[in-house]
Design a protein. Structure first.
Length: 121
């Protein structure tokens, strides 16, 4: 996100020190590598925030035993309320040989932000 939220505000991001994935600044645990990032009281209160799975989609592809090898690309696109592309990311690529299968899962977890700063008038 170009010109994204300022540090200390809801939606601000940083790099995970373990895997370098872009994560929410408020995350006490990296969702990509599951590495713990903070152990302070702020992290404890963040952990107390209820997290819910707002969206979960899972599907499988099965390559027929008598079929050809097939290549795949998993693409993730996030759009805002106006339909404008906010993020477009190639998540993974690969190939399936005859008789192989792959399962793809997408999970969106949400929690209430405690980092909102009041708007200045």
């Amino acid at each position: 996100m170009i010109g994204g939220p300022r540090p200390g505000t809801a939606g601000a991001t940083r790099a995970c020190p373990h895997c370098k994935a872009t994560i929410l600044e408020s995350s006490p645990v990296c969702p990509a590598c599951r590495g713990h990032l903070r152990f302070d009281s702020a992290a404890q209160s963040q952990n107390a925030q209820p997290t819910q799975t707002s969206l979960k989609v899972e599907g499988s592809l099965q390559q027929p035993s008598d079929g050809a090898t097939t290549e795949y690309s998993m693409l993730l696109t996030i759009r805002n309320e106006r339909g404008e592309e906010v993020v477009r990311q190639l998540v993974g690529v690969g190939a399936m040989r005859p008789g192989e299968s792959r399962t793809f899962s997408l999970t969106v977890e949400t929690s209430e932000s405690t980092r909102m700063r009041p708007k200045k008038h």
